[in-house]
Each structure stands twice: as structure tokens, then as C-alpha cells.
Design a protein around this ligand. Structure first.
Ligand code: XMP
Length: 434
């Protein structure tokens, strides 16, 4: 293995992620471990250069104050103690607020005491993961649902590098993809990377099941369940699969709750397949933060469009074609959304705004076209910025650009005769309309 490792022991801190990110920003790889890690588990970590005991407010678990066992301090690896109510003196009372101060506080420990090397970079990460994946998988086969989103695309590219054609990718087009998306998956993975890719156009199945269904939660359920069904059918056609690839990333794990975290948010990546189809999981991105996943994609040669893609909900355009989905309105939505994306990209906003899209409601209003009455749907523009999607502020899109987008959508997209701009922050509005 190429990278040195700093282990962060979570002794009740609310800032484990920030600490891990800061250590990595200094060029040293770090991972977060639960307070009850055993000496054997710690001893098995390759290239372990130092341990940071990261205490804090959440230091009571099941009614007991938690401590790092004496063995942690006696194991021969340098230890730094932060805000810990244990027996040992603290090196830092609490994490400094500014990143510069935190880096300055960590540097002497990492480089003078632990003698860690600043060798954490994507080239080494990829090399290490390829080695680990080959060790884990051997000559067995891995199945991966490849949506074309950032995480599944990077997992696919990494697995192709590690095991080549023993990776079996399945791309299910549920008919609710944005314009050009499935085509891009095929171009990159089939044509460029020569992956084993099964493309399933299940548009008719999904739209059939969704016919007449207006309730958003019902729509989501149908899309989710049908997705599993289609994927399962494809999986059953493939013989001798032992592993399932997953695009789980570090925030999914850290935010699902280390043992001391107060808020436990379950994450949605895993599961869904029937019990008789149990695979071992392969999750090579599970220690990466989102920006690192993107950097990994770049290192693996994936196109920028794919790697810097804005978030897109699993149910896709299904929750933006508001109310009961019809094919003609879905088509109008897809075309209008493509124009919005193109104009955002051309103006430079695409790279700056966190999420931007069109929704089309299921009612029409009166308009005039070529001197005649023209009933059409409105297209609603939403453009928001956020850090964690829990709250969001709107992007103030320049009027000139809004006018241009309005002109193009109303002139180029059949069925749309008005364009509206959503000014609502979250809260009170959610990011999606449904
Ligand atoms: P809301 O609308 O809840 O959206 O403010 C927050 C973020 O989550 C995305 N989103 C979804 N993602 N499945 C997903 O994978 C869903 O059902 C879903 N609903 C919303 C939304 O696009 C935004 O980024």
C-alpha cells in the first residue's frame, strides 16, 4: 500500500468529518473509527502512522462516559488527544474554528511526531484501491447498477481498471432520464471503456406502471420497486455473480451515524434485492468525500460532464413531471430542461450553481401563437445553492439569461407557452416540487 494512515477515534466529537478532511488536506490519508475499535483491528491497519483521539460533547453512550482504552496510548503509535474527558492530558482543548488554525495545530503532530508522508493523492488512492479490489474479488464477478450518476460511474471506472470484464454493469433506463443521459452512459462505458454493459430500455414498463398515478410518494414507490424488479431480472440472467458494487461514499457512512452521532440518518444506497440474491458488497468509494470522488473520476479519465454532474434524484424527471405523468408532457419537460442546462453551461452558471432544473405542472394556461389561441403548460425554472440539501438559497439568475431561456423554451418546445422562475428558498419550499 502506498498511503500512510492517520486513524481518528471518535470519542464523541461532532467534527470527525472536518478533522478527517483537514488531515487529508495536509496530504495524509485519514479514516474515522468507532471508540470501541479493538487492538487487533487497529493493529491490522496498514501504514498506520498516528492516532487522534477526538473527544467532544457526545461522549456518553448508553448512559456511560466513553474513554479510549489504555492500550491505545500504549500501542507504540503516536497519539494526539483532543477535547477528551479521559485520563490523558489533552493536546488541544477543542478544534480551532478556522481551517488554517486547525491545519497549524495538526502539522507538527502529523509530520514531526508521526513522521507521516504527505502521500495522499488520487493516483495513489487509485493504485491502492485497484490492489485491494483485486485482493477482495480475485477472479470472481461483480454486478453494478450503473445509473450514470457520479458515484456509480466512478465505481464502474475503478472496477474496470481493477477487474476488467469481470465487472457486469446494468444500466436501466426508466424513461425518466434527462436528455442525452443514457446515450452518454453507453458512449463512455460501452464505446470508450469497453465495459460489459447491459442496457435495458424499460421506458414502457415504467410509464405503464405510472399511468394515472398523481401522488408523489406513490410515484416514488412505483419507480423504486420497478427499478429493483428490472435490475433483479437482469441479475438473474447473469451466472455466477458473487459481488454487488455500490456507490456508497463516506458521508453516507459518517452521516448514518458513527456510534456517538446523535442524528442517525439511514442511507439509501444499499438493499432492495430479494433475500435469495445476497451478494457480498464492494464499496471502493466508501472512504471518499464527494469532491474526492470527483477527483477520482478525473484521475480515471471520466469526462468532466459526468464527474461534475449536478445531483439528480433517483426517480428522475418522474418527480418533475408534476402529477400524473403523460408522455407528451414528459417530452416537453425533457426538452425544456435540456435548454436550461445548455444555457446555464454556456453562461458559466452551470459550473457554479448546485442544482438547476425545470418542472412542468399538469395544467395549461391560455397563450397566443401565430395569431391563434394556444393552450400550453408552464415550465418552472428552479436554481438553488446549498451545502447539504437541508436548506437552500435560490441562485439569482440574471434577467437577461432568464429572458433568453424563456424565449428559447417557448419557441422550441412544443406544448409550453409560459416560463416561470421559482424564488422560494428551502425552507419553506423543498428543492424538488414533489
Ligand atoms: P428536497 O426536494 O427534499 O431535495 O428538498 C433535496 C435533494 O434530494 C434530491 N431528491 C431526491 N433524490 N431520490 C433521490 O435520490 C428522491 O426521491 C429524491 N427527492 C429529492 C433533490 O433533487 C435534492 O437534491
Amino acid at each position: 500500500m502506498k498511503q500512510d494512515l492517520i486513524a481518528i477515534l471518535d470519542l464523541g466529537s461532532e467534527d470527525n468529518s472536518r478533522l478527517a478532511r483537514t488531515v487529508r488536506a495536509l496530504g495524509v490519508y485519514s479514516e474515522i473509527y468507532n471508540f470501541d475499535i479493538t487492538a487487533e483491528e487497529l493493529g491490522a491497519l496498514e501504514n498506520l502512522k498516528g492516532i487522534i483521539v477526538n473527544g467532544g460533547k457526545n461522549n456518553v453512550v448508553d448512559g456511560e462516559v466513553i474513554y479510549a482504552g489504555d492500550w491505545v496510548y500504549d500501542c507504540g503509535i503516536p497519539v494526539m488527544v483532543i477535547d477528551h474527558a479521559g485520563k490523558k492530558a489533552q493536546d488541544i482543548d477543542k478544534l480551532p474554528e478556522s481551517d488554517e488554525e486547525l491545519q497549524a495545530a495538526l502539522k507538527p503532530f502529523l509530520f514531526d511526531v508521526c513522521k507521516a508522508e504527505a502521500n495522499w493523492n488520487m493516483k495513489n488512492f487509485v493504485a491502492d484501491q485497484v490492489e485491494l479490489l483485486r485482493r477482495q474479488i480475485g477472479d470472481k464477478k461483480v454486478l453494478l447498477a450503473l445509473s450514470g450518476g457520479v458515484d456509480s460511474s466512478v465505481v464502474a471506472a475503478l472496477l474496470i481498471k481493477a477487474i476488467g470484464n469481470n465487472l457486469y454493469c446494468v444500466h436501466v433506463n426508466h424513461g425518466l432520464m434527462r436528455k442525452g443521459e443514457s446515450e452518454m452512459v453507453i458512449e463512455v462505458f460501452n464505446n470508450q471503456l469497453k465495459a460489459n454493459l447491459t442496457y435495458v430500455d424499460a421506458t414502457d414498463r415504467f410509464l405503464g406502471k405510472l399511468e394515472g398515478v398523481a401522488d408523489p410518494e406513490q410515484k416514488r414507490k412505483i419507480i423504486g420497486a420497478e427499478f429493483i424488479r428490472v435490475f433483479e431480472e437482469e441479475a438473474r440472467k447473469l451466472e455466477g455473480i458473487d459481488f454487488l458494487g455500490q456507490g456508497t461514499i463516506y458521508p453516507d457512512i459518517v452521516e448514518s451515524g458513527t456510534k456517538t452521532a446523535k442524528v442517525v440518518k439511514s442511507h439509501h444506497n444499499v438493499g432492495g434485492l430479494p433475500e435469495d440474491m445476497q451478494f457480498e458488497l464492494v464499496e471502493p468509494l466508501k472512504y471518499l468525500f464527494k469532491d474526492e470522488v470527483r477527483a477520482c473520476g478525473v484521475e480515471l479519465g471520466l469526462p468532466a460532464e459526468m464527474v461534475y454532474r449536478q445531483p439528480f434524484p433517483g426517480p428522475g424527471l418522474g418527480v418533475r413531471c408534476l402529477g400524473a405523468i403523460t408522455r407528451d408532457r414528459l417530452h416537453a419537460l425533457r426538452e425544456a430542461d435540456a435548454i436550461l442546462r445548455e444555457e446555464f453551461d454556456n453562461s458559466g452558471l452551470g459550473a457554479k450553481v448546485w442544482q438547476y432544473f425545470i418542472s412542468v405542472p399538469d395544467f395549461t394556461s391560455v397563450g397566443v401563437k401565430d395569431g391563434a389561441r394556444y393552450m400550453g403548460w408552464p415550465a418552472i425554472i428552479r436554481a438553488v445553492n446549498t451545502i447539504d440539501a437541508m436548506t437552500a438559497a435560490i441562485e439569482e439568475v440574471p434577467y437577461e439569461l432568464l429572458h433568453k431561456i424563456t424565449y428559447r423554451i417557448t419557441h422550441e418546445v412544443e406544448g409550453i407557452n409560459r416560463v416561470l422562475y421559482d424564488l422560494t428558498p428551502k425552507p419553506i419550499g423543498t428543492i424538488e416540487w414533489e
